[in-house]
Structures are given as C-alpha cells and as structure tokens.
Design a protein around this ligand. Structure first.
Ligand code: AVI
Length: 332
C-alpha cells in the first residue's frame, strides 16, 4: 500500500539533519499530529499506510513470494483459471483504471487479456508510477497508458481525454480488506463515481475467510519477513515524527479475530518502554500493544452487500478451487 493504503510504493527520502545532527521530523505538522494522536491513543495505533516506505515496500514484495502468503498467487491463479469468463463479463477493449497501480504488473496481464485501449494508473507515488507505466507501454505498444498522481481515498480527476465510456476500475490484491467496513464502503463509492458512464464497472480482489491456522501462518511466516515488515513501521515513524522507537524491542503479533473476521497485526512491547519525540512522550508497559493493521476477510455475500450499498449491480464472482480468494466483477 504509501499515503494511500492501496499503494505500497511511496518512497521515503533521507530526512534532513539539524545542526545538532539529530534527524528532523519529515512529516508536515498536520500529519505529524495525526501520527502522534495515534501513539497517544489507548490502545495506541499506527496507520498501516506507514508500512510502505522504501524498505517496507520491498518487504511487502518479499511477503507476496512467501510460501505461507497465499493471496497473491491465488489471485493470479483465479485470473488464469477464469480468464475467458472474466473477459466476457467485463467486455473486450475499454479503459482500465487501477488505483494504487504501483508496478502495473497485474494491469499488464489484465490489459492484455481484455485488449484494453486505455490504461490509467493512479498512485500517490507518481514518480514510481511513471516508470511502471513506461514499462507497460513498452510491453503493450497499442495501449494508451497514463500515470496519474493521486490518492483514491479522495476524489481524483482523470485526464479529460480519457474516454468516459467502458471504464473498468481494477482493484486487485485484496487491499480493500485493509480498510474498516465504513471506509471500504466510502472507497467503493469513490470507485463507483470513477466508473460512471456507459458500460463501466469494477473488478476487485477479495480474500475470503478460511481456516484460522492458514490465515495465522500467512501473517506470521516462519522466516519472519512479516515480523520485519511490521517492525519497520516504527523506523518509518521515527523519521516522520523524530521519535526514538527501538524496533528490536517490539514483538510482532498477528491473530485472526473471528468476531470481526479480520487478521489483526500488533507490535507488543518486549519490556517497559518510554518513547520520546520532540514535544512529547508515551510510556508503554511490558506487553502493551500498538495496533498496526487489520486485514478483513469478507464472506462473499457480505462483500456483495457492500458493493450494492456502494451502487454497484450484477455482481459476479470467480474463485480458486479451495474458495480462498475471489475476483468479483460488478457494474457501476
Ligand atoms: C496490502 N494488503 C492487502 C496486505 C494484506 O494481506 O492485508 C498487507 C499485509 N500485511 C501483512 N502481510 C501483508
């Protein structure tokens, strides 16, 4: 996911140094205040968007290749398995719009499958996206491919010459699960607005509920990559607000909350900690947690309900043979 959950690609420049040699906080005052408010909360929390500094984005890429982390490869399998049915439901040609497009790897597969005429990648990190879109153009020379900097959680404006008809919003990766249901609904409404026009729709990846042990392993892998990813958020926060978290003093915890149908990730203090930042401090008792992420696993009917509340119609879903993951298409 960057400043938008959907875009794990924001880079984080080296923080400037003060005369005394201490790192200056990088975040603008309003953002800094928000991060601090989260740290002072009871329980403390850090938004998962802060996972994705440069190192966090690389760690996330590594997570997608882990044997335990099934979503990425299962989504690819669903797309391969149902390619023709998906192409038929969506219709060939048209405009593919991908919020949080990042590397555009998935877009390339879909644009090729659909014979899309246009592609618009939207990402908070426009520089990173420009490079990805250039590679996409080279791979699919007939495709009119554009990069637009922006955050899908707020309204975005597409270039005026992007056709209004046949717009397909493509939101793979089950990133919708990182928003709590009201925020997910608001985001789906934004996507619905983006897909307005004749023949518009949405193709979205959803991680379905499954055996808790499978989920647990996917978010607490044996090699400890997810633990590094989780702890890295503290290093990023240190740069953003000038705090002095010691990541090694925090334990990665992940578990499935069956009531909320979500994986929760937390960092638990290995012992009593006092964290300081310019103008403030927070004490943590041993084992006290910072909540860093939720990853909702929607039963298909619950997700269809959300889609319909956002204004989408005629939902159609395709899954893998274990029913672990779904790609869902709906009309705007
Ligand atoms: C980006 N997002 C869909 C991932 C997920 O599965 O919720 C983020 C992640 N967190 C831990 N592992 C992967």
């Amino acid at each position: 996911m960057s400043a938008s959950l959907a875009t794990p690609h924001a880079t984080s420049p080296t923080p400037p140094r003060s005369a005394a040699g201490a790192a200056q906080p990088l975040a603008p005052p309003a953002e800094r205040a928000q991060v601090i408010a989260g740290l002072l909360g009871r329980p403390a929390s850090i938004s998962p968007k802060y996972f994705y500094d440069e190192r966090g984005s690389r760690l996330f890429e590594a997570i997608t290749r882990l044997p335990e982390y099934y979503p990425t490869r299962t989504e690819q399998a669903v797309l391969r398995r149902h390619a023709q049915a998906i192409a038929q439901a969506v219709g060939r040609g048209g405009v593919v719009i991908e919020p949080g497009a990042g590397s555009c790897d998935k877009a390339q597969v879909l644009c090729r499958l659909l014979g899309a005429t246009h592609f618009v990648g939207v990402d908070i990190s426009a520089d990173y996206l420009e490079g990805s879109v250039a590679r996409l153009r080279a791979a699919l020379p007939g495709l009119d491919a554009r990069a637009v900097g922006g955050d899908i959680t707020t309204a975005i404006e597409l270039p005026r010459d992007v056709p209004q008809a046949r717009r397909l919003v493509f939101y793979p990766g089950s990133s919708i699960g990182n928003f709590d249901p009201p925020a997910a609904l608001a985001l789906l409404r934004q996507m619905h607005a983006l897909a307005q026009g004749q023949g518009g729709g949405l193709l979205i990846g959803i991680d379905l509920p499954k055996d808790a042990a499978v989920l647990q392993a996917a978010y607490d892998d044996a090699a400890g990559v997810t633990a590094q990813f989780n702890r890295n958020i503290l290093t990023h926060v240190n740069r953003l607000i000038g705090s002095d978290f010691e990541p090694a003093q925090w334990r990665h915890e992940a578990f499935f909350n069956t009531v909320e149908s979500r994986i929760e990730m937390h960092l638990a203090a290995c012992g009593p900690q006092q964290v300081r930042w310019p103008g403030g401090t927070r004490s943590f008792a041993a084992d006290e947690r910072i909540h860093t992420e939720n990853s909702y696993k929607y039963p298909l009917p619950a997700f269809v309900d959300l889609l319909e509340r956002a204004g989408f119609t005629q939902p159609q879903a395709w899954t893998d043979e274990r029913d672990w993951y779904a790609l869902v298409h709906a009309r705007a």
